[in-house]
Design a protein around this ligand. Structure first.
Ligand code: SF4
Length: 362
């Protein structure tokens, strides 16, 4: 399969759309015989895909049926929800537990897997043993935005195969570089992007935007470059895409992609993210915060904006992140990392409602 090929399908039925993509690219020809195949959806939290955060189960189910029909027997679904959420709850609520039983495939919560340390460029990363033992990895991210990295796609979806401890450390290392290195160590072999109704601002969903599309591509860097483009960004603006391309994980030269659309639709444009996050983030001074904690703060700030109370906070006034550990500042602090501040809201991650109450009373 050509690395620079992007195949797009429009519609509202994840099962039909998935099958069209798989048949169009002849996925079976790309997978070695008897391969141990891994399927990595995005189940960041236990919310239904209609909320804009998680992969539609119909995509994974259609893929399993396709692979089994083609004679592939060793199939594993693997995922680790973000810190503070339960993967098992997501597996159960979103139908993955039943799906695994029905088709006799393995279901691995990477949070409780064994981990192996792998190193590249002087950075060691603790990665799921199951993921490292696979022969062929199929990455199924949701086309959505992220309040820190602007977009999240195939490259960042790989964070689901590292431990929670490592997820926190990724944020202390600035997120972009470790994401690129993780993908240098273990790279997806094929990506299917669920762009049916992603949230263009928040990785945890809640503001879904119907886009009615899916696409697939062999190269995860090109996959994310295309997502960036669809959301109105230059791939160069997303540091982890640029760094991954520099490390040779794949290509960010979207202009060289060969894009094939399998059908036509009336609703082809992808709405841009509202950029509301960047606006809200002006009152935040962030130093290496974890996604879940930061997203909860942004959600609380949205509510404060709605009630007009955000105006009492000045630019760069609210502190969040691991970079504040041990510091004794007098500004508002979010999360246990700011426990030594004059005042702070506790939690790791801090909960949206607790942050909201704390900031309202501040
Ligand atoms: S308090 Fe927040 S930023 Fe600090 S480690 Fe916990 S989740 Fe991460």
């Amino acid at each position: 399969m050509q690395d620079n090929r992007i195949t797009v399908v429009y519609g509202e039925r994840p099962d039909e759309m998935t099958l069209s993509l798989l048949n169009a690219v002849n996925l079976r020809d790309d997978i070695p015989a008897n391969a141990r195949i891994g399927i990595k959806p995005n189940l960041v939290n236990p919310t239904p895909p209609e909320h804009g955060a998680t992969t539609h189960g119909g995509i994974v189910e259609t893929l399993i049926v396709y692979l089994q029909k083609e004679g592939f027997k060793d199939i594993t679904i693997l995922e680790g929800a973000w810190t503070g959420a339960s993967t098992k709850e997501a597996f159960k609520k979103l139908g993955f537990e039943d799906m695994a039983k029905k088709y006799g495939v393995r279901l691995i919560d990477t949070k409780t897997d064994e981990f192996l340390m792998k190193e590249y460029g002087g950075i060691e990363i603790e990665i799921s043993k199951t993921a490292l033992e696979l022969d062929y990895l199929i990455d199924i991210p949701v086309l959505k935005g992220h309040c820190q990295t602007l977009i999240t796609g195939a490259l960042k979806n790989m964070k689901g195969i590292i431990s929670d401890r490592e997820k926190r450390r990724f944020h202390s290392l600035g997120l972009h570089k470790p994401i690129a290195i993780l993908n240098k160590i273990i790279k997806a072999d094929f990506c299917i992007v669920d762009g049916i109704c992603g949230d263009l601002d928040f990785e945890e969903g809640g503001n879904p935007v119907r886009m009615n599309r899916m696409f697939c591509c062999k190269d995860p860097v090109l996959t994310d470059s295309y997502i960036a483009n669809l959301m109105g960004y230059d791939p160069e603006e997303i540091s982890y895409i640029k760094l991954s391309a520099e490390l040779g994980v794949g290509s960010d030269e979207i202009e060289k992609a060969e894009i094939t659309e399998l059908n036509r639709t009336e609703t082809k444009t992808t709405p841009s993210p509202s950029r509301i996050v960047q606006e809200l983030a002006k009152v935040v001074k962030e130093k290496d915060s974890c996604s879940s904690c930061y997203a909860n703060l942004i959600q609380a700030l949205m509510r404060l904006r709605d009630s007009g109370e955000i105006t009492k906070f000045e630019n760069n006034n609210i502190a969040i992140g691991q970079g504040y550990r041990g510091q004794t500042l007098s500004c508002p602090g979010i999360g246990n990392c700011t426990a030594l501040f004059t005042s702070h809201v506790s939690g790791c991650p801090a909960r949206t409602m607790d942050i909201l109450e704390y900031l309202k009373d501040y």
